[in-house]
Design a protein around this ligand. Structure first.
Ligand code: ADP
Ligand code: MG
Length: 686
């Protein structure tokens, strides 16, 4: 078996199952090995109800004093009954499980595994898993991997496939022996086995330690190489200052903040310096980064070159396109923009390619597929990526194949503390927009339980009557993922909201699995104010600007990282009117309330990131990841910040001793880097 083989070649994986794997990004055996569990289950000895009330998933040994009652509500069959542990009673509910009828009889006893909910002093458990003692004992004393799934794909199927892929798996060690020793690392091969099937917590931690090391180490090595490469580049497209940018600034309805002015000055100086620009602009949501991108593009275009603006989603790309087109007309700017995304028809694409090639179009806006397309640019001088954290090696290579040495500007709203930013963005120059426009009313926040929902709906109705709009965010697309049943999903929630809100309020749903054309249509209708309430997943997380949206309600807020919640909240509070963010906390765990309250206290992204870090502490391995920050597979730049700093020094030392990795000590490492060039910097995109 080769690791580049399609997973369809594994036993038991037919075409149908393979398609499910492709949906979650697993195409080859090697993808599968790198598909680490998102969590592990331990089957601990059963505990008492009262003890388990404040915990996550627990197992209870219960006897059933009476048989279950079964009834049908619409097409749902519901079974309810009571279980007792001798001290307390708990209400148990099952949905669509009539096969349990014969099992759940008076006098029987089983182990019930699930989450305990407490309501007014009574206990409840919905849809628990049921085990006999014999079944349960087999599971005890081991860690069981839980993988992220998709509808139709079970955890068992993934685990079985991984088991097969691991059979005979062996990788050459590429780390120098002294580094292995210094950091007390196990071999990579063993680490990969153990991360999927750890014997115990200790073996899981040693596996994680090795794999986190690799992620940081290989990443930092690649970064240093990028930096050297970047700094050696003279720009093929030298620019001079033009009158356009000043004129544009004078026409704007607002004045740039001092922070914006400072950063624009840094960008402009890069562009006219004769060297290639490689700059990252960091700024909290709403700090006004877009206008800086427009200015840089304007300078480029008025120098007679082409510029490109790439966004992580089609939605954001179309929005940029609309905005630029409007401004072009309004200020009579020299832009000739085109929008190039996956949903553009083949015929139209061909026409756009021609326009780009012949220089008829000088501003190309699209998703990041944009530079991968078979486009020949006439003279592409500047590439800007919005809301992306990194411009990868591969993207750079593609760019240079397309012609000259291009200026690169990366814009990100992820607030990363400066000490970490210097390490992680070591290949880029850093600018920070550290000030919000003065006219902003800070968003008013509240963190509430699910009982507040009806009030929230009334509030949304009131805001819509005033001519405003609302977002409702749910963590899931549909009710499918095993183990995630209790989370709100966009599909059902949208239906529920349509029937709850007054009929003249237009509710629509939006999620990443929809067809691009549908997404576009709905987002445009929302931007135009025709859709009043948008029920969405986090696809709207980045960049979207609909100033009339004044309410955001986030369901299962406890399931999101604080940084991500902050980013979501950044979609409101963009206009002159007061905005409101309602975080619905669906968990009765104290810790989740404490965490969410941080958002209540502050609207400052950097503060939130730091507080989140303090609260979680470095031992909290399977806490919520900071989605939106740089996405390593396992490593978490906050959680693992200490080791990251240490590895950064090790990399410096290594390169000082052996700049080109030419000694025998580094030969396997060099080979590994060359074989996998680009893999360590090119992050998954949103
Ligand atoms: P982000 O930094 O999150 O990308 P945007 O660039 O989308 O933020 O800006 C958010 C909103 O603020 C936009 O509606 C933009 O027109 C407006 N804006 C940007 N700069 C200023 C400023 N200096 N004064 C007032 N409003 C501004
Ligand atoms: Mg933005």
């Amino acid at each position: 078996m080769k690791y580049s083989d399609d997973i369809i070649r594994l036993k038991g994986i037919g075409e149908k199952t393979a398609k499910l794997f492709y949906r979650i990004g697993i195409h080859t055996t090697s993808d599968l090995l790198l598909y680490y569990p998102r969590d592990y289950q331990t089957f601990d000895p059963p505990i008492k109800i009262a003890e388990g009330a404040k915990m996550e998933t627990v197992t209870l040994a219960l006897s059933l004093p009476a048989s279950f009652k079964w009834k049908k509500v619409r097409n749902l069959s519901i079974g309810t009954g009571i279980g007792s542990d001798g001290e307390n009673k708990i209400a148990l509910t099952f949905f669509n499980a009539p096969y349990l009828k014969s099992k759940l009889t008076a006098g029987s006893a089983y182990l019930f595994r699930g989450k305990i909910k407490t309501e007014n002093g009574t206990y409840r458990m919905d849809q628990p898993k049921i085990y006999t003692w014999a079944e349960y004992q087999e599971k005890m004393g081991q860690l069981w991997p839980c993988y992220s799934l998709t509808a139709g794909l079970t955890n068992r199927t993934v685990a079985k496939a991984v088991e097969q892929a691991l059979n005979g798996y062996e990788e050459e060690e590429y780390l120098p022996a002294d580094i292995l020793k210094e950091y007390e690392l196990i071999s990579r091969t063993r680490a990969v086995y153990q991360i999927h099937f750890p014997k115990d917590l200790g073996s899981l931690l040693t596996a994680r330690k090795r794999l986190v090391f690799d992620e940081f180490f290989l990443f930092l090595l690649s970064i240093r190489r990028m930096k050297e490469y970047n700094e050696s580049l003279d720009a093929d497209y030298p620019m001079i200052e033009t009158a356009w940018t000043k004129r544009f600034l004078e026409g704007l309805p607002y004045r740039l903040t001092n922070a914006q002015l400072k950063v624009w000055d840094e960008i402009e100086r890069d562009l006219v310096s004769g060297k290639c620009m490689n700059r990252l602009v960091q700024g909290d949501v709403g700090s006004g980064k877009t206008v800086l991108a427009f200015l840089a593009l304007l300078l480029t275009v008025s120098n007679g070159y082409q510029g490109a603006l790439m966004a992580p989603t089609e939605i954001l790309a179309s929005q940029h396109f609309e905005q630029i087109s409007d401004m072009t007309r309004k200020y009579d700017l020299p832009f000739k923009p085109v929008l190039l995304t996956g949903s553009v028809s083949a015929a139209r694409k061909k026409e756009i390619y021609r326009q780009i090639e012949e220089g008829e179009a000088n501003l190309i806006i699209g998703t990041h597929a944009l530079i991968q397309e078979k486009v020949n640019y006439q003279n592409l001088a500047l590439v800007i990526t919005d809301e992306q954290h990194r411009f990868g090696v591969r993207q750079r290579e593609i760019l240079s194949e397309k012609g000259g040495k291009t200026h690169v500007l990366v814009m990100s709203a992820t607030p990363i503390p400066r000490t970490l930013a210097i390490i992680l963005y070591g290949d880029l120059h850093l600018s920070v927009v550290d000030e919000l426009p003065a006219n902003r009313l800070p968003v008013k926040n509240c963190v509430v339980g699910t009982s507040y929902r009806n009030k929230a709906y009334e509030f949304i109705t009131k805001e819509v009557r005033k001519g405003n709009q609302a977002y409702v965010i749910c963590p899931m697309v549909e009710a499918s993922d095993e183990g995630m049943e209790e989370l709100e999903n966009v599909t059902d929630y949208g239906e529920k909201l349509k029937s709850t809100l007054p009929p003249d309020i237009h509710v629509e749903i939006l999620h990443g699995k929809m067809k691009p054309a549908d997404k576009k249509r709905i987002m445009e209708a929302f931007a135009a104010g025709d859709v009043h309430v948008l029920v969405s997943t986090t696809v709207i997380e980045v960049g979207i600007n609909v100033p009339k949206a004044t309410v955001m309600m986030i369901e299962n807020a406890e399931r999101f990282g604080l940084a991500q919640l902050h980013q979501l909240r950044g979609r409101i509070g963009r206009g002159a009117e007061q905005s409101y963010c309602i975080f619905i906390n669906c968990s009765d765990k104290e810790k989740s309330m404490d965490r969410l309250k941080i958002l209540n206290r502050s609207n400052d992204g950097f503060y939130i990131a730091e507080e989140d870090l303090k609260l979680r502490g470095p031992g909290d391995l399977f806490g919520i990841r900071q989605s939106g920050a740089m996405e390593f597979r396992l490593a978490d730049i906050y959680q693992d910040s200490e080791i990251l700093k240490k590895i950064s020094m090790t990399v410096d030392r290594l390169l000082l001793e052996d700049e080109n990795l030419e000694t025998e000590r580094c030969a396997p490492l060099k080979r590994y880097l060359n074989e996998n060039a680009g893999n360590f910097i090119d992050f998954r995109t949103i």
